[in-house]
Design a binder for this molecule. Structure first.
Ligand SMILES: NC(=O)c1ccc[n+]([C@@H]2O[C@H](COP(=O)([O-])OP(=O)(O)OC[C@H]3O[C@@H](n4cnc5c(N)ncnc54)[C@H](OP(=O)(O)O)[C@@H]3O)[C@@H](O)[C@H]2O)c1
Length: 443
């Protein structure tokens, strides 16, 4: 293998990302060859439907509808898994590893659901599993954590990891549009995943947060261990109220670690974030990741979080890494080093409970517009040990209905969850309370 002058790429999937990778490798093939000293051959690609129209650069003879023939082909050096999904992609990836092939992927859902098994299988078979494109598209955040910032312990990582929800929130804020209207527009622009829950319920961002948590702390966190909330309940009322508080609303993924207690917190929520924070200024489909390390301090990376070209850029960077370690014959030693690194990093950390996670909150209530209701709401919060910081009684939404917007001082997630449950049972509270977290600046 090390003596090869050209390495062959086999693709599982030739959709949006696959075609981007093909296009850019074809266009920059000579540059890559001169930088790497090795050529890359766009060898074969598996698709589901051979009759679909693809980029004219892709010869139909390179396509197959049999993905097994890619992962079992002894000629294929590197497999690019760009098909998505978790079942078939998992099986094919495992077969590729069994055949000793390095796999490059953009599939965050697969890594999140089966990361432990897949990384172990890769190591056992002396293969690499590379996944830069799985988090924040074109932003090289995985390389930043693994390489550039390797000297650090990461107390806080947070950011905007889902471009679609950021686009929706930005348009609502800038144009004063309702959530449903912007969602329709985002669907028409092809920004929303076929399974809309991935974007709108925070699941896609949570998959990415789990991968960042693994890279930072060597521990896989399942989605069940995180509080994961999306943007479906956000209204213009909330965006305007946040504005009055000097904030924007952003869907933020948060991964923090308390090194004294060895407890990790990971979650995804829509949050009020001060407009003074750099991340608050990251709008439209852009992503941002803020990393706080004990050596480097704060680093913020901003860029295109998805899309054909940005994602292809990240996939190609992994292909280049794979080529470098294969052609220099250092694959095995780099795998051993990596395995030892993550084993040391994991250091037995555990997940923080809801009674340990503290923060301040924003609460919007739709209530009966009559005397005594505010006192009753205050009493419920006070019984849960929560003290109110601000109260904003917005004009009525309809006859006899008032909108009550409260912010709280710090309390625990557990106390707040209890208070919200009691508020739901309160007859003068007319709809489910909308609860948002308030981002606390990291200095
Ligand atoms: N799009 C983005 O901006 C983006 C960003 C970051 C990460 N990602 C990730 O990248 C991956 C690919 O996304 P994409 O947007 O490129 O998806 P896509 O456009 O739907 O492409 C998927 C490709 O896989 C093929 N495929 C699916 N199931 C197959 C099967 N069972 N056998 C053979 N081929 C199969 C499809 O074939 P047909 O073409 O014949 O249907 C298609 O070519 C996903 O994991 C996604 O989460 C995407």
């Amino acid at each position: 293998m090390p003596d090869k002058s050209t390495l062959k790429l086999g693709f599982l999937g030739m959709g949006v990302v696959g075609q981007g990778v093909w296009k850019h490798i074809q266009r920059h093939g000579e540059t890559l060859r001169s930088r790497l000293g090795v050529g890359l051959e766009l060898y074969r690609a598996a698709v589901r439907d051979l009759s679909l129209k693809r980029l004219s650069d892709i010869p139909p003879s390179a396509l197959t509808d049999d993905p097994e023939s890619i992962v079992n082909d002894p000629e294929v050096d590197i497999v690019c898994e760009l098909m998505g999904g978790t079942d078939r992609a998992r099986e094919l990836t495992l077969t590729a590893f069994r055949n000793g092939k390095t796999v490059v992927t953009a599939n965050k859902a697969l890594i999140c659901d089966h990361g432990t098994e897949l990384f172990e299988a890769a190591r056992e078979n002396g293969a690499h599993y590379l996944f830069e494109a799985s988090v924040a598209g074109g932003i090289p955040v995985i390389k930043a954590l693994r390489e550039g910032l390797v000297a650090n312990r990461f107390s806080h990582i947070f950011g905007i990891l889902n471009g679609t929800s950021n686009y929706i929130l930005t348009r609502m804020e800038r144009e004063g549009l309702a959530y449903e209207d912007v969602l329709t527009e985002a669907r028409n622009l092809g920004y929303v995943e076929a399974d809309e829950a991935l974007d709108l319920d925070g699941i896609d961002a949570a998959h990415k947060a789990a991968i960042l948590a693994y890279l930072a702390h060597g521990r896989w966190i399942s989605l069940d261990e995180m509080v994961v909330e999306g943007i479906r309940d956000i209204t213009l009322h909330d965006i305007q109220a946040a504005h009055r508080l000097g904030c924007k609303i952003k869907l933020l993924a948060i991964i923090s670690k308390d090194f004294d207690t060895n407890r990790i917190r990971a979650g995804v929520h829509p949050m009020l974030i001060s407009t003074e924070e750099v991340v608050a200024g990251v709008d439209e489909v852009y992503n941002a990741v803020s990393i706080t390390g004990d050596v480097a301090g704060n680093t913020v990376l901003i860029g295109r979080g998805a899309g054909q070209d940005a994602t292809a850029s990240a996939v190609i960077s992994d292909i280049v890494d794979a080529v470098t370690s294969i052609s220099n014959g250092v694959l095995e030693s780099s795998l051993k080093l990596e395995a030892a690194f993550y084993e040391r990093l994991s250091d037995g950390s555990t997940i923080a409970g809801l009674d340990e996670i503290q923060g301040s909150f924003y609460l919007r209530l739709s209530v009966d517009d009559k005397p005594g209701v505010l006192a009753r709401v205050t009493e419920i919060l006070s019984n849960a040990g929560i003290s109110i910081s601000t109260v904003d009684q917005a004009s009525g939404e309809g006859k006899g209905v008032a909108s009550l917007i409260l912010t709280t001082h710090r309390s625990t997630e557990k106390a707040m969850a209890g208070a919200v449950a009691d508020l739901k049972d309160e007859p003068s509270v007319l709809e489910n309370p909308v609860l948002l977290r308030i981002f606390e600046s990291i200095d």
